[in-house]
Design a protein around this ligand. Structure first.
Ligand code: 5GP
Length: 195
């Protein structure tokens, strides 16, 4: 069976990273798509692990070389999903997980309508603010910007196929695993079984 293209988005501080990490730990058949970004690495982030950290010039060269499935500007930095043979890998049966922003996800949805688009919500906006502050990585301006963007981004969640509330990492990951099981049972993914 062709692999699943799994796209997960959610406002900054929703806990996407933690939920995605749990999924990747629990589901060895799912490969993470490492994005490229022009933002500076946060402490502990490693080039080629969390992201490919590129200069603006390098990022522009990747755009010119058509190396991206999509790219978008998020909070003043550029982020892009490398094409990286995604289609071939899906055809080989590999599942691929993209953790990208709403603009990127909607662009991918237009190109790949058979993908699974999952929107992660925080339990509440207060909880979202608490989580971003608690992370301690954002300046006050960046915190404010991320919070007001979060409200706008959440509305875009209506364009996705599934919504999962991240009240706890285990619950959210379990719900996403259930979504993936149901998706694998869809008739349109199993047409060969009817011949
Ligand atoms: P952060 O700087 O906190 O790691 O990520 C900021 C935002 O950029 C998050 O919403 C994240 O999902 C998004 N992002 C990460 N990689 C990509 C990508 O390849 N493409 C797009 N469009 N957004 C991305």
């Amino acid at each position: 069976m062709r692999g699943l293209l799994i796209v997960i988005s959610g406002a900054s501080g929703t806990g996407k990273g933690t939920v995605c990490k749990k999924l990747l730990d629990d589901l060895p058949q799912v490969a993470y798509s490492i994005s490229a970004t022009t933002r500076a690495p946060r402490p502990g982030e490693v080039d080629g692990k969390e992201y490919y950290f590129l200069s603006r010039d390098e990022f522009n060269a990747w755009i010119a070389d058509e190396k991206f499935l999509e790219f978008a500007e998020v909070y003043g930095n550029f982020y892009g999903t490398p094409l990286n043979k995604i289609d071939e890998r899906l055809n080989r049966g590999e599942d691929i997980l993209l953790e990208i922003d709403v603009q990127g996800a909607l662009n991918v949805k237009r190109k790949c309508p058979d993908g699974i688009y999952i929107f992660l919500l925080p339990p509440s906006l207060d909880e979202l603010k608490r989580r971003i502050e608690g992370r301690g990585t954002e300046s006050p301006e960046s915190l404010q910007r991320r919070l007001s963007n979060a409200v706008a981004e959440i509305k875009v969640g209506l364009e996705y196929n599934y919504v999962v509330v991240n009240d706890s990492v285990d619950n959210a990951a379990d719900q996403i695993k259930a979504i993936l099981i149901a998706e694998r049972c869809k008739v349109e993914r199993n047409r060969d079984k009817f011949l």
